[in-house]
Design a protein around this ligand. Structure first.
Ligand SMILES: C[S@@+](CC[C@H](N)C(=O)[O-])C[C@H]1O[C@@H](n2cnc3c(N)ncnc32)[C@H](O)[C@@H]1O
Length: 375
């Protein structure tokens, strides 16, 4: 069977693509308007053609899209979620601006008619996203409407990621197979869910990030036991003490924000390593209420630090060999924090593959009908 072909819109560093790649798909095109995202995608998944485009201003018509992109089997993508995210000024982002990019994604799906499509966003979008959109709203000058047949929130921890990250997946896709849950559970159809993977699995897998690199020490990937690197080959982890440690004031402020917040509820300070990590944020670099904080020993004292870019990447289930180009730590944290966890993406990809395999026995892929557009 030929590899199923995927186009990734708003590709970022490529977490969504990477899950499909690992499941055996061919990502043919990856589109973004940010050079660092395109560079990261290219560095790690060189088979895909990267396309730099502002999807708010380019590819506004079906003709332009059809002229540039071949018909894929799957379209995936995560339009930026800042406008919908609960963390943005109490949720007061510019929803109309965010919707423009969501509609751009729909325009691609309507034009290229892949059999499957999956759009990732924050759960908050569920409040705004209807189950259909008029074609005219998407810039398609026709009567009729575009259907969004499925909208469901998934937790990446349920698919083996050491991170609790809730994401809304909209589109046309089969159910991914859950493998983990809060506690070991035997389901009615006799499947045993493994317990959620704790944050400790990542933190303990890496050498202490502060100070000297323990040369020659072998680091085993916490998510892919078959991948190992020598400590000196590990990127984006080792820092000078002054870069890694939170100052006393910063730690005290963060603790206050977390434990004494009457309105938003209390959070643990420091984070509890025996639970999956809280959601990795794109703004992880600046200490805020949502920032993860890890307790560490430094010169015999208990101090606090944020997770390194590499630890965040492992919470997102990127392999430890995945590279994040960027001149600043803020850029790297953003690339990582924006991503779809690879394991969640891979679970969806595998479900699609299973469905394709089923159908391919009955119908060759080319004859499978294109998505329905009802009047
Ligand atoms: C949430 S991230 C996507 C992350 C990606 N799905 C992953 O798994 O790594 C959103 C991406 O949309 C890109 N973006 C934002 N506005 C855009 C626009 N107008 N046109 C194209 N890309 C845009 C950002 O640069 C960012 O990389």
């Amino acid at each position: 069977m030929d590899k199923l072909k995927v186009i990734d819109l708003f590709c970022g560093a490529g977490g969504f693509s990477e899950g499909f790649r690992q499941a055996g798909f061919e990502v043919t095109h990856a589109v973004d308007n940010w050079n660092f995202a395109l560079a990261a995608h290219k560095a790690n998944q060189p088979e895909a053609e990267v396309v730099k485009a502002d999807l708010e201003k380019e590819f506004l018509t079906e003709e332009e899209i059809a002229a540039r992109f071949p018909k894929p089997d799957v379209i995936i993508g995560g339009p930026p979620c800042t406008e919908f995210s609960g963390s943005k000024r109490g949720g007061s982002g510019d929803v109309a601006k965010g919707m423009k990019l969501v509609l751009a994604f729909f325009r691609f799906v309507h034009t290229l008619k892949p059999r499957w499509w999956v759009m990732e966003n924050v759960p908050r979008l569920l409040q705004t996203l209807p189950d259909h959109v008029k074609l005219k709203e998407m810039g398609v000058p026709e009567e009729g409407r575009f259907e969004i047949p499925r909208r469901e929130v998934f937790n990446s921890a349920d698919f083996g990621a050491p991170q609790k990250r809730l994401r809304l997946l909209s589109g046309r896709y089969p159910s991914p197979v859950q493998t983990h849950s809060d506690a070991p559970t035997l389901t009615l159809d006799n499947v045993l869910y493994q317990p959620w993977v704790p944050m400790r699995k990542v933190v303990d897998a890496f050498p202490n990030p502060i100070g000297r690199v323990p040369k020659g020490k072998v680091v085993e990937d916490p998510n892919y036991p078959e991948i190992t690197l020598k400590a000196e080959e590990l990127e984006d982890h080792f820092l000078k003490p002054e870069e890694a440690l939170m100052s006393e004031e910063e730690a005290a402020r963060n603790k206050r924000q977390k434990v004494a917040h009457a309105y938003y509820g209390k959070m643990n300070f420091p984070d509890v390593l025996d639970r999956p990590a809280r959601t990795v944020m794109a703004t992880q670099f600046n200490a805020s209420r949502e920032t993860m904080v890890i307790a560490t020993k430094y010169k015999g004292e208990t101090r606090f630090r944020k997770p390194t870019v590499r630890e965040c990447a492992s919470f997102q289930t990127y392999p430890i060999t995945y590279r994040f180009p960027g001149q600043t730590l803020a850029t790297k944290y953003r690339l990582v924090g924006n991503s779809v966890p690879v394991f969640l993406s891979r679970a969806i990809a595998k479900a699609i593959l299973a469905e394709a395999g089923e159908d391919l026995r009955k119908t060759p892929l080319a004859e499978i009908p294109a998505p329905r557009v009802s009047a």
